[in-house]
Design a protein around this ligand. Structure first.
Ligand code: AMP
Length: 394
């Protein structure tokens, strides 16, 4: 039961109205979250509650500062508390041990004995509660008469203990914060305000889908687009051919399907796409070539992007007539040596697969308002310039 707790909305702009400056610590950017005024006001309220409980008790409790994070909070509380007390510090490291006992505490110095004493632990933030509850138990085992927990911040979403926290300054959502004693890899403790990790991106990533029948020139045009627009090219066909060449389990399964001109299962290519999105950094967007090839894949792509607040930017559909497909692929077979290019019956199957399973995507993306077509007949440069003219708009 938490009472008299100030609940905060992480996105409450009013609270950080006067602090518009983002900061960078190590590799991460943080944006203002709780101004010093808000923190100090919460500490005022908290201190009044502790005063009410201890002021007339005649006891001389121990203030136990949990180093290093609680150093500012402890100092701020001490300035407000009006009864006699002693200050003791402790430094803890907690880690998940290999044994099933979980958190291990290594006291690096309880600077005075606690036996027979009332102890108020000052903590900067409580999340799962593992550390603070283990500390409380350790103090009791060392003979403390009473142990109360006083924390500046807590994360109710992740607190997993039954132990009641006696004094809580503010409840916050489960976000990574720094400042007012809290650090990111030892930096940020001296900031008077509290900042939250800024996960918003400065600009939205672009997601282009190169679409068109086999042999339309998607691979060739992808090279030019990637360079001009700083994109990462994802060709599911090329990724699958790599798996085949490496003789992986996935490659072995995909080989017979590819060589029959059929599609590999949706979930296989969807998994490949998602892991590329996650692992590739430093680009302005992605160019998908050969994906999606079915409505199910298109829906999966939408879902993957939506989870990250992103969406498809545009389809770039390169159109050529069927007669030209066989001619172009036969020409490519001589250059690239792809097994699925070498046999006219496989090419015909791929054209059928395209018409039956992939072509319905045109309507899908027309409905979504992201479908754009360029004429694929002409020289490589002519087609490239048509594509650039289209993509320049985004
Ligand atoms: P591509 O290099 O795009 O012509 O692809 C070569 C072959 O890989 C296709 O004929 C399919 O068998 C397989 N493949 C590539 N992308 C996909 C996909 N998105 N879904 C299913 N199969 C694919």
């Amino acid at each position: 039961m938490f009472f008299d707790v100030f609940r905060l909305n992480l996105y409450n702009k009013n609270l950080s109205m006067h602090m518009d400056n983002k900061i960078k610590l190590h590799d991460k950017v943080f944006r203002p979250y709780l101004s010093n005024d808000v923190i100090e006001a919460a500490i005022d309220r908290l201190a009044e509650r502790v005063n009410a409980d201890f002021e007339d008790s005649g006891d001389v409790p121990i203030f136990l500062c949990v180093l290093n994070g609680a150093i500012m909070f402890t100092a701020a509380m001490m300035k407000r508390l009006r009864f006699k007390a002693e200050l003791v510090s402790i430094k803890l490291s907690s880690y998940q041990g290999t044994s099933s006992t979980g958190t291990v505490l290594i006291p690096i110095g309880l600077t005075a004995p606690v036996e027979g004493r009332r102890v108020i632990i000052f903590e900067d933030i409580v999340d799962t509660g593992n550390t603070i509850v283990a500390l409380k138990e350790m103090l009791i085992s060392k003979g403390a008469k009473e142990v109360r927990i006083c924390t500046m911040l807590m994360k109710p979403e992740v607190y997993a203990k039954d132990t009641e926290l006696d004094y809580v300054g503010m409840e916050i959502p489960n976000a990574f914060i720094v400042g007012y004693g809290l650090d990111y890899d030892e930096l940020g403790r001296n900031l008077p305000d509290i900042y939250v990790l800024d996960e918003s991106k400065d600009k939205n990533m672009k997601y282009y889908i190169l679409f068109g029948p086999p042999g339309a020139g998607k691979g060739t045009q992808a090279t030019a687009m990637v360079e001009k627009y700083n994109l990462h090219h994802i060709s599911t066909g090329a990724l699958l051919r790599k798996e085949i060449a490496a003789g992986t389990e996935l490659g072995i399964k995909a080989k017979s399907l590819i060589e029959a001109g059929a599609l590999v299962p949706d979930e296989v290519v969807e998994g490949m796409i998602e892991s590329e999105f996650k692992s590739v950094k430093g680009v302005d967007g992605f160019l998908l070539d050969g994906f999606p090839r079915t409505i199910a894949q298109a829906e999966a792509l939408d879902a993957i992007l939506e989870r990250n607040g992103e969406k498809v930017t545009s389809i770039v559909s390169i159109m050529i007539p069927d007669e030209m497909i066989i001619e172009r692929i036969s020409h490519r077979a001589a250059i690239e040596g792809r097994a699925d290019d070498a046999d006219v019956s496989i090419i015909k199957n791929r054209i059928d697969t395209y018409h039956n399973q992939t072509e319905p995507l045109i309507d899908f993306y027309k409905k979504a308002g992201t479908y754009n077509e360029v004429d694929g007949v002409g020289t490589i440069e002519e087609v490239r310039d048509r594509i650039f003219k289209l993509v320049d708009k985004f």
